[in-house]
Design a binder for this molecule. Sequence first.
Ligand code: NAP
Length: 553
Amino acid sequence: MTSRVALDYEVVVIGAGVCGIYQIKRLADLGIHATVLEAAADLGGTWYSNRYPGARFDSESYTYGYSFSKELLEEWHWKERFSGQPENLRYLNYVADKFDLRQYMQFNCKLEAAHFDEAACIWRLRIADGRELTCRYLIMGIGLLSVPTMPKVEGIASFKGRSFHTFHWPHEPLDLTGKKVAVIGTGATAIQVIAEIADKVGELTVFQRRPNWSAPLNNGPISDEEMANLRARYDEIFATCARTPGGFEHEPDRRGFYQVSKEERTALWDRLYDEPGFGIWLQNFAEIFTDEQANAEISEYIAERIRRRVKDPVVAEKLIPKDHGFGVQRVPLETRYFEVYNRDNVRLVDISETPIAKITEHGIQTSDEHFDFDIIVYATGFDAITGAYDHIDIQGVGGEKLRDKWRDGPSTFLGMFIHKFPNLLMPAGPQSGSASTNYPRGIETGVNWCTNFLQYMRSHGYDRAEPSRDAEQQWTEHVTKMYSTMLMRKAKSWFTGYNSNVEGHEEGRIRYFVYNGGSPKYVSRIAQVAEQDYDGIDLSSASSTADPDSMRA
Ligand code: NAP
């Protein structure tokens, strides 16, 4: 028997980032009584938090922006091909203000717990400020990279200078002039920070555990004329993004790797290396992702480009990855990153040889040497994909904890639903199509699908939705199987759930975090599920006694 309850909201969306902003727009348009709870002091998600110097898109700006409003597309002028964080945050604020979405958002509202009340078929939420809320549907827009991780090293708190994770880079201006700065990490974030600050600091020391493959961003301004041209092409641009696996304009080279000569391959790479964005990664031959020999050849090509750019051959070799090939994990894009190591004020410390022993009051002690610093920057990455879920006490049917269910990796249906966690939707969740693509393209797809799903539930008088165990198992097996053909499974990166800073992510243990089938296949599969009346999801009317007055906006 379900019990009569007055719901606070029909839908609660968690997170006011790219996903949450669009999700609340869709819900508001439908007159659904909904709110967004955001832990931060304002909207913007990743673009609110990541304020480190050099933070910018690796997607072409005009493919990153929302596509849902022609008016918005007409109005917004992207100033750079790969726009920087301040502009990106301005854009998201512009969208929220244009569509009057702030009225639905509550800031400084950290969700601590979400428990499914089976008897009433509702979610009971507890916010960090002590408030309790109820809703029928809970939509998670909490991001894939929103829980930063710090190294497990002694003494971090003892440092007397300033230190922070890149995710927490100070919002107020930070004067780096003449400062001795350490950056720990050489991932996509570090590569942007290092290149941006090298000529602004006194001394820069980079602590590298493993190098990352990286290729030039080749950014540039977008003139009024170019923007007008882009606006005229928006339909075509989004159509191209929709048919490419990565959701970008970059289309894979359909010629077989072995069908063209080595000279032709090199000519292609010479061109792509000097072009903007992910071309060198995504306009490449498909074999580089699956075939060891093809991957070795492109890796050697990129290594050679690095050798040409770094004067000291010893340093150059240290910057070339040896444990994985080019492109088997998301490729960081850089702007004169490798040239940084030709500067007199920059030093690379290989902590695979001389590990960090501890952080001291004045700096960093490695097994070999003590370094004094004014500022230590931790560019040490995230508890990716499932981390943001693990940090909330989410309990489903029978009090099952999501973090227990996902201890060895996520299992979902379509990356959007979880068995035993009814009415919890993830437009861009683990194992969904958006994780391995141009995020906003995947997010719009996910939000549209989830919104249509809610409309279906309403129009059919259903209010309880839970994927079957079989559907979840089949999807998870499908996602898992796709890794078996990808060289990606051999790389230690957040794509494969390897993160030594996260409890239980011991070395070599693969977690099947992302759907690797590409955007068109994903979109076709989720469309098929919808066409088949949401086959795989058990739909019912469990709460026919819920107070109908509470459901109106
Ligand atoms: P990341 O790629 O996971 O890199 C983390 C770095 O920190 C790695 O170099 C890692 O070394 C190092 N590290 C971690 N723990 C360490 C420890 N205990 N001691 C020493 N070093 C340690 O994280 P990220 O750079 O923040 O990037 C994450 C993702 O964010 C990217 O893949 C990308 O999708 C996204 N991103 C995008 C952009 C953009 O251009 N739009 C910019 C930044 C980030 P190991 O490699 O040895 O583990």
